[in-house]
Write a protein that binds this ligand. Structure first.
Ligand code: ADP
Length: 415
């Protein structure tokens, strides 16, 4: 009896230990299954659990499903973006912080004859050797803001014109966008040639007409008031046409020139004196025309082109300033750069017109411009001359008070 009585607690203890061992083994199995799954989720299915593990596993299952779905959606979205970038007619190249090619689309491969397998990882500047692109890269490195240039690519009858733009992207990256503008450039050339040819062809008949008109006044003016008035009108209009043709020819010469401007040494204070004398003649003594500042200094450039540009600004000031007004010419250094400026106390320009003034034939008031002898081409000529000399035109104006036109040149043009 006593022996049996002692055995029972032992049996109970043994049974308890056995149950605990089985439970622990079960927990270990679940834990190992979870560990294996976490180590390589793509190789193992989420384990089936029991008890509290079932809850954990089913939550993990739900999370996994959601993650898979998001992954798939992200993949689809990325693929759509990639396809969209591939379908773009413009070339797109992603460049890293050192300007190595990271990625490019099909159009970029076509434009530059690139091969992704060969060219990804190469410096863009090593593959695009044209000097225009090298200059664009230097300017962009100095100040990384959106910049563009025109490039000619290809050879032997398959030349294309590309407009190439660099712009900052993400933190340190750069986006290169290329657009094929061959057709546009071709049309512009046809357009420019047409204007140059028409202007040239008009010159001879105009010279003949002007010559005959002069004959009418010699040895004495036409008889009768009406005849004199007709003659005066014809002479005025012929003179206007002569100015128009001359300006058109100047503009098309500037536009068609691939050559940089001549490298002459232009004495600007002397040029200002000459312009002041001409402006006084145009004004007929109705304005005060002064030279407000004439710092010593010469400018490197084309004397003819600079005289034409500065002259247009000075004569405009006379034409758009009512009698009694003042016109001041100045030649100074501003922040180290040489600046020519003309200030008038004339009619001024409403702000909204200022950005368009350098377009050909853009006029605020057509009647007034024609009456004052304008051709509508003066500021377009100024813009081209300045661009050829690396200069910039700035226009400031207050309607009813007056305007200041300033031409700023790069410091290295001052001699
Ligand atoms: P235009 O021959 O008509 O003067 P421009 O190209 O020289 O042609 O000038 C374009 C327009 O800009 C002019 O029609 C005129 O309205 C305006 N403009 C130019 N200079 C001045 C000025 N100093 N003051 C006021 N308006 C001006």
């Amino acid at each position: 009896m006593t022996g049996d009585g002692n055995l029972l607690p032992l049996l109970l203890l043994f049974a308890l230990v056995l149950i605990l061992a089985i439970a622990l083994a079960g927990q270990m199995r679940q834990r190992n299954a979870l560990r294996d799954w976490l180590a390589a989720p793509e190789l193992h299915a989420i384990p089936d659990g029991s008890g509290a593990w079932r809850e954990i596993f089913s939550r993990l299952q739900a999370l996994r499903k959601k993650e898979r779905k998001q992954h798939l959606e992200l993949g689809n979205a990325l693929e759509r973006f990639r396809l969209a970038a591939e379908a773009l007619p413009d070339g797109v190249i992603l460049l890293d912080g050192h300007m190595h090619i990271e990625w490019l689309n099909a159009a970029a491969c076509r434009h530059f004859a690139f091969d992704p397998a060969r060219d990804i990882g190469t410096l863009a500047g090593q593959l695009i050797r044209q000097s225009e692109f090298q200059n664009l890269m230097s300017a962009y490195r100095a100040a990384p803001v959106q910049r563009s240039t025109l490039l000619r690519v290809g050879a032997n009858g398959s030349e294309r014109a590309l407009s190439v733009m660099l712009l900052p992207f993400a933190d340190t990256g750069t986006l290169l966008v290329s657009t094929d503008v061959t057709e546009r450039v071709r049309t512009e050339v046809i357009h420019r040639d047409f204007i140059a040819n028409v202007s040239h062809e008009l010159r001879t008949p105009l010279t003949v007409m002007t010559g005959f008109l002069e004959q009418f006044t010699a040895p004495e003016p036409p008889q009768g008031e009406a005849a004199r008035s007709f003659h005066r009108l014809m002479a005025e209009q012929a003179e206007r046409m002569n100015r128009l043709v001359a300006d058109l020819l100047t503009l098309s010469r500037l536009e068609n020139s691939d050559q940089p401007p001549r490298d002459e040494t232009v004495d600007i204070p002397a040029l200002l004196e000459g312009l002041r004398t001409e402006a006084l003649a145009l004004s007929g003594g109705k304005h005060t025309i002064e030279i407000a500042a004439a710092a010593a200094g010469k400018l490197r450039g084309s004397a003819d082109e600079l005289r034409s540009a500065f002259g247009n600004l000075v004569f405009n000031a006379v034409r758009y300033t009512p009698p009694g007004g003042t016109i001041s010419l100045a030649w100074r250094r501003v922040d180290g750069a040489p600046v020519f400026s003309v200030t008038d106390t004339g009619i001024g320009i409403p702000t909204e017109h200022i950005p368009r003034l350098t377009e050909r034939f853009y006029r605020i008031d057509k009647g007034r411009s024609t009456a004052s002898g304008g051709t509508g081409l003066g500021l377009a000529i100024v813009k081209h001359v300045l661009a050829r000399h690396g200069g910039l035109l700035k226009i400031e104006s207050v309607p009813g008070k007056g305007s200041t036109f300033s031409a700023r040149f790069p410091a290295d043009r001052q001699l």
